[in-house]
Design a binder for this molecule. Structure first.
Ligand SMILES: *Cc1c(COP(=O)(O)O)cnc(C)c1O
Length: 471
């Protein structure tokens, strides 16, 4: 398998060439040159595999520069019941007739990002070891990404993590999760500012090419192809569990922000997995819902980006969306570049409403969308508790609400559970009047010693800190 860019750079690259990269040099995102096809016979053979073996089968279609035994060992080491809580790894439970929740958030940080990040940690350690190199991961987080990255990279050889976050703005639980890590290769940096300031600092440091090269700065953001690929696996696992031995189709509803999760569903569907509809669920930050309803993609300003009670979906633009648009436009790098570089650069938006390709988003690619508000989340959390004695987090609540608007008779509907309720306890208390329970291993973490340094809103201060901690 070879990879190329969504903006026209056709230089063929292999998986490990792009594993440690962010954007392609021309500013596009990496995609495989084609989607390997999986037929009914293949699906039947995969149905009975363990999650780790299924992951290996799917990954090997895309990775030919890691020997099979070693790739298999990395999958087996990553997807264990010890780390993810159950033998199924992503167990499905039926909520009501034909509507299921697929649990993706039983990993170390209780959000679905662990599914990909845990594999990424092992892939990074493997590849850096093979090359005899080191990597310093610099990131910005408002919560879920940073903790997932830290728990995936803690103690890994050759990797250090420098994670910036807005001082005092994460939930106490999220702060405790990150700051309680005592591993020497994990550095928490609380910035005197907001999340956008953290992102600006990361950009400024990465734009200093001399510094970036000298200190081997990398990222683990959601545009990383390996993360997306790891997420393809649980669409297959969800499909197998929802269909049992019959061959009905399955729809998925995906609480969405940067379009990474649902883009993995798109890849699974392109491979031939019988997915009926991919429902994109958004909150008040409805960039994606607007596109799927109208054909207009409009990047929001910071002032126009709302702080909501499903904060991991609070985005102004969807960084993986370009991958889907590339497929929608018949994989034209030229047209994708014209939209994302020229049009967005000039006007902050593009409009495909009059383009025949736009209709294909629904008809050929199976996309639909919905939007929720804070009131919807509260209502869904209460209703799910009352009728099914099940607590869902705010993001999953956005998903459930959207799913109910796109039910097709005879088609199973799987809602991806992207976080556990304890991560967003304040809204659960608002909805139900009491705190959700927490897994035993998180009892009292707020009281643990914290390992964090406070720095001003200044890229130079962060650079100096990195330089001082890279022996
Ligand atoms: C990151 C995240 C999302 C959004 O996922 P994308 O891949 O960015 O679309 C949704 N819910 C939770 C809990 C998350 O952490």
């Amino acid at each position: 398998m070879r990879y190329f860019s969504t903006r026209g750079d056709q230089t063929p690259r292999r998986f490990c060439d792009i594993l440690l990269e962010g954007l392609a040099p021309d500013g596009g995102l990496y995609l495989p040159t084609h989607y390997p096809q999986v037929d009914a016979t293949q699906l039947a053979q995969w149905r009975t595999l363990s999650y780790a073996d299924l992951a290996f089968e799917i990954l090997s279609l895309y990775i030919d520069d890691i020997p099979a035994e070693e790739l298999h060992a990395l999958c087996v080491k990553t997807y264990t019941p010890e780390v993810f809580g159950t033998d199924e790894i992503v167990p499905l439970r039926e909520l009501e007739d034909g509507v299921y929740l697929e649990a993706l958030s039983n990993g170390p940080t209780l959000a679905f990002k662990d599914m990909a990040m845990q594999l990424l940690g092992n892939l990074f350690e493997y590849e850096l070891g093979r090359r005899g190199e080191e990597l310093n991961i610099l990131g910005a987080t408002s919560g879920d990404t940073g903790s997932a990255a830290e728990y995936a990279m803690r103690g890994k050889k050759g990797v250090r993590v420098f994670m910036t976050s807005p001082d005092g703005r994460m939930s106490p639980f999220q702060q405790a999760q990150m700051f309680s890590l005592q591993d020497a290769n994990i550095h928490n940096i609380a910035i005197d500012g907001v999340f956008d300031d953290c992102q600006d600092i990361v950009k400024a440091v990465s734009n200093d090419l001399a510094f970036k090269r000298k200190y081997k700065i990398g990222t683990v953001n959601s545009i990383n192809w390996a993360r997306l690929l790891a997420q393809v696996v649980y669409y297959f696992a969800g499909y197998f569990q929802a269909t049992g031995s019959n061959d009905r189709q399955v729809s998925f509803t995906v609480p969405s922000g940067n379009f990474g999760n649902v883009c993995a569903g798109h890849v699974a569907r392109m491979m031939g997995l019988p997915i009926h509809t991919l429902v994109v669920a958004t909150n008040e930050n409805d960039v994606l819902d607007e596109f799927f309803r109208t054909g207009v993609y409009r990047v929001r300003s910071a002032a126009d980006t709302h702080e909501t009670s499903s904060p991991s979906m609070d985005i102004s633009k969807a960084s993986n969306f370009e991958r889907f648009v590339f497929d929608l436009l018949g994989r034209s790098g030229e047209r994708t570049r014209a939209l994302f570089e020229t049009e967005i650069g000039r006007t902050g938006r593009f409009d495909l409403s009059a383009d025949p390709a736009f209709a294909l988003a629904a008809t050929r690619f199976g996309f639909a969308s919905s939007r929720s508000t804070h009131a919807d989340r509260l209502a869904t959390i209460r209703d799910t508790d009352k009728r099914f004695a099940t607590l869902v987090d705010t993001h999953t609540a956005d998903g459930l609400k959207a799913a109910r608007e796109h039910i097709t008779p005879g088609v199973a509907m799987v809602v991806l559970e992207t976080a556990l309720p304890i991560k967003f306890a304040a809204t659960l208390v608002e909805a139900l009047g009491h705190e959700p329970s927490r897994p035993a291993r998180f009892e009292g973490i707020e009281a643990l010693p914290k390992r964090v340094v406070k720095l001003p809103r200044d890229a130079e201060a962060v650079k100096a800190y990195i330089a001082a901690h890279c022996d």
